[in-house]
Design a binder for this molecule. Structure first.
Ligand code: AP5
Ligand code: MG
Length: 222
């Protein structure tokens, strides 16, 4: 039986940060639908362009396309023993599709960790996020800034190159994403609570403390 763990939480709650840590700890891949959609940027097709436009506005991609790319990703060899689902499912349709996908394989969701963070901090976490050019290092200008800032430009500690920002980390898109989360995704809490799979984790602690709380929850559900 695989370990399928869902990380749910408002924008900036730390899903990506924690998914990477859990992935290392349990040797199963991080499957981030946001990353999968951002990877489509290199494709020059009408569908790929439409996806980028929807993301820039902070809206959700259709359930049909999202479920399809997750099904394809989970069919890969490295996801047979489980995955850390980061940002999926985000709607009732996606939650039902995931259950059906896993049922076909004789598997099921083990745990849904809800990373709780208030709206104000969520905005600062997302708006303050910056990456090195190679995306290897993530900073936050409010919470973990890089060492150098020259003429108002934040620089990567390692390469001293200017940091980059995600196209949907500007105020309007961040606020829209947070609204969509509360309207469409948060109602999934009831769906998973009814199945006894939901755990609440306070995301307003250090990255290490959140990670410890998550590992404890996973161990209790194993
Ligand atoms: P996605 O890429 O999933 O973005 P998101 O949900 O908006 O979440 P974020 O990545 O902004 O936040 P996070 O929780 O991962 O936080 P992070 O760890 O980076 O989705 C983007 C778009 O893709 C969507 O808007 C939609 O268009 C589309 N999409 C994706 N999935 C979809 C789906 N299922 N259906 C339909 N459409 C979909 O942390 C944030 C910052 O805080 C960082 O700077 C980090 O360093 C810092 N930080 C993290 N933890 C801490 C801590 N404990 N203390 C201090 N700082 C911290
Ligand atoms: Mg993320």
């Amino acid at each position: 039986m695989g370990i399928f763990i869902i990380l749910m939480g408002v924008q900036g709650a730390g899903k990506g940060t924690q998914a990477r840590l859990l992935s290392e700890k349990y040797g199963i891949p991080q499957v981030s639908t946001g990353d999968l959609f951002r990877a489509m940027k290199t494709q020059d097709t009408p569908l790929a362009r439409e996806v980028q436009e929807i993301m820039k506005r902070g809206e959700l991609i259709s359930d049909e396309l999202t479920n399809r790319i997750v099904r394809e990703r989970l069919a890969q060899d490295d996801a047979q023993a489980g995955a850390i689902l980061d940002g999926y499912p985000r709607s009732q349709g996606q939650a039902q599709a995931l259950d059906a996908m896993l049922r076909e394989r004789g598997q099921q969701v083990k745990l849904v960790a809800l990373l709780e963070l208030d709206r104000h901090l969520a905005i600062m976490r997302a708006e303050g996020r910056r990456f090195s050019l190679d995306k290897e290092r993530t900073y936050n200008i409010y919470f973990n800034p890089p060492q150098y800032r020259v003429a108002g430009v934040w620089l990567d500690d390692k390469t001293k190159e200017p940091l980059i920002q995600r196209e949907d980390d500007y105020r309007d898109a961040v606020v829209r994403r947070i609204d969509v989360y509360f309207e469409t995704t948060r109602p999934l809490i009831d769906f998973y609570q009814a199945q006894g799979k939901l755990v609440h984790v306070n995301a307003n602690q250090s990255i290490e403390a959140v990670s410890e709380a998550l590992i404890q929850a996973v161990e209790q559900h194993r």
